[in-house]
Design a protein around this ligand. Structure first.
Ligand code: ES4
Ligand code: ZN
Length: 326
């Protein structure tokens, strides 16, 4: 209908996207064949049927298994270029994407192979589609502080291609405080910082992301709504939240998108944005995430525009670059 067409045509940014989570089953099969890797599925349908999760860890187990087909520089290129092709179809003109180097280096894939493939595709995405991009290196929080320090050291030779560091994977039991020293070092090296917080974890984890990691943006942040002082702080500071509606729906077992908090976030004056997280696993890219919330929350055109504008304003682009996009 009219609003869906409006969303399709509207220029958008995506700020919360795990590139390994954009691996579609078709490409997973093609890469498994190309690299002679066994996967425990016989058909694309079997893969899709396996994508039924009741919490974050359920999903992560299958997500780490899925990325095992990525071995060569060309694999990372193909993965990233497929995502950018999709973004061009959806009128997404700027992307800030996460990658999980430890998900690859721990399997013996060199850091350089991963980042070379991803950034070669990002360069082609700019040349062919005019899509601008930033790259965010995520530390896996279920692994040790030492492992994160080691990953940061491996990233330094490529620092000119990496804008920020982030924190993802299993949130419960792995609070931001575990990585305070790693983030301190990363910030001193000139990286911006983000962290997943309040996806499954309590408001305390959001405070830690702000106070100990000094994040420039919060990934998810849903559970911040449980703490009114925290809401006030987030509203006053206008720290952006990268909200992922379909992800929340698929992982939280929320059976009803009408209970999604993104409209409430806007009403509270929070700088919320709309993102896809792991589109292949959660059933939709950026436009499908917008479609899901307009249907269930009866958002107005003004609210949709606000969400899209927030995406550009909350990006890590320079003020000049932002002016050109908005
Ligand atoms: C993730 Cl949805 C989500 N949460 C935490 N870590 C992740 N890595 C990939 N997707
Ligand atoms: Zn995420």
């Amino acid at each position: 209908d009219d609003l869906k067409r409006f969303i399709q045509k509207m220029p958008k940014a995506e700020l919360h996207l795990h590139i390994e989570g954009s691996l579609e089953p078709e490409l997973m099969f093609a890469l498994a064949k190309r690299n002679d890797i066994e996967i425990p599925f016989a058909t694309v349908q079997e893969v899709r049927d396996a994508y039924s999760f009741s919490n974050l860890q359920d999903f992560l187990d299958i997500y780490y298994q899925g990325m095992s087909v990525l071995l060569k520089e060309q694999d990372f290129y193909d993965l990233t270029f497929a995502y950018l092709t999709k973004m061009q179809e959806q009128n997404v003109i700027h992307v800030e994407i996460f990658f999980d180097p430890q998900g690859h280096t721990d399997r013996g894939v060199p850091f350089a192979t991963v980042i070379d493939g991803i950034t070669r595709a990002l360069d082609d995405g700019l040349a062919k589609f005019g899509i601008t991009s930033k790259l965010i290196l995520c530390f896996l929080r279920h692994l040790s502080e030492d492992a994160a320090f080691d990953t940061l050291a491996q990233a330094l030779p490529f620092r000119d291609r990496i804008t920020a560091v982030g924190l993802d994977s299993s949130e419960m039991g792995h609070p931001p405080s575990k990585f305070a020293r790693v983030f301190e070092k990363a910030k001193a090296e000139g990286f911006l910082a983000v962290a997943h917080a309040g996806e499954e974890g309590p408001p305390e984890y959001v405070y830690e992301a702000l106070d100990l990691l000094k994040v420039d943006r919060l990934d998810h942040g849903n559970r911040a709504l449980e703490d009114t002082a925290l809401v006030t702080r987030l509203a006053d500071s206008q720290i952006a939240l990268t909200v992922c509606p379909l992800s929340n729906y698929k992982l939280a077992g929320v059976t009803d998108m009408r209970a999604h908090p993104i409209k409430k976030m806007l009403d509270l004056g929070l700088k919320a944005t709309v993102n896809s997280d792991d589109p292949s696993y959660f059933g939709g890219y950026v436009n499908e995430n917008y479609d899901a919330i307009i249907e269930s929350l009866s958002l107005t055109k003004a609210e949709i525009l606000k969400l899209a504008r927030n995406g550009f304003e909350a990006s890590f682009c320079s003020e000049k670059e932002k002016q050109a996009m908005i």
